[in-house]
Design a protein around this ligand. Structure first.
Ligand SMILES: [Zn+2]
Length: 147
């Protein structure tokens, strides 16, 4: 019987069938590994060498893993944390750009962050999400150089 000749990419596809492969968390691990590699070019730390090795190990393990459900669960947690972090970063950026005209306060009922005009004094606020009313105190009014 003649053995059929299988193209290389077909072999890889067959090998990777039923395995986790590349996902968001693996991309992050790989990026982190590359960053450490570059940093370690300067530091030449032997501890970082081990950390790099562990990262590569985790990366290979997660890519080859056949326990897809568990890997997807890890990836879902990672994506959730990443989303939380980028939302926080966005909020910090808008807090900084609006710092002279707006204040940011958290609704005590639904914990949503509200963007309010920076007007000095105590004000009643009605949350647009949960319609809860609460008091907000603003220490400093709109900072303006022209006045
Ligand atoms: Zn609310």
């Amino acid at each position: 019987m003649r053995k059929e000749k299988v193209p290389f990419n077909e072999k890889i596809a067959r090998f990777m069938y039923g395995r986790n492969g590349m996902d968001g968390l693996n991309k992050f691990i790989f990026g982190f590994y590359i960053a450490l590699l570059v940093i370690n070019l300067i530091l030449k730390s032997f501890i970082l060498n081990y950390v790099e090795l562990v990262l590569v190990g985790i990366y290979i393990f997660r890519t080859m893993s056949k326990n897809i459900w568990k890997r997807q669960e890890e990836n879902r947690k990672y994506l959730k944390a990443q989303h939380k972090f980028t939302s926080w970063l966005k909020l910090q950026r808008s807090k900084w750009t609006d710092r002279k005209t707006k204040v940011y306060r958290r609704c005590p009922s639904c914990k949503k962050t509200l963007r309010l005009p920076r007007t000095k004094g105590a004000h009643g606020v009605n949350c647009p999400c949960c319609h809860h009313s609460f008091q907000v105190k603003v220490q400093l009014g709109t900072v303006s150089k022209s006045r």
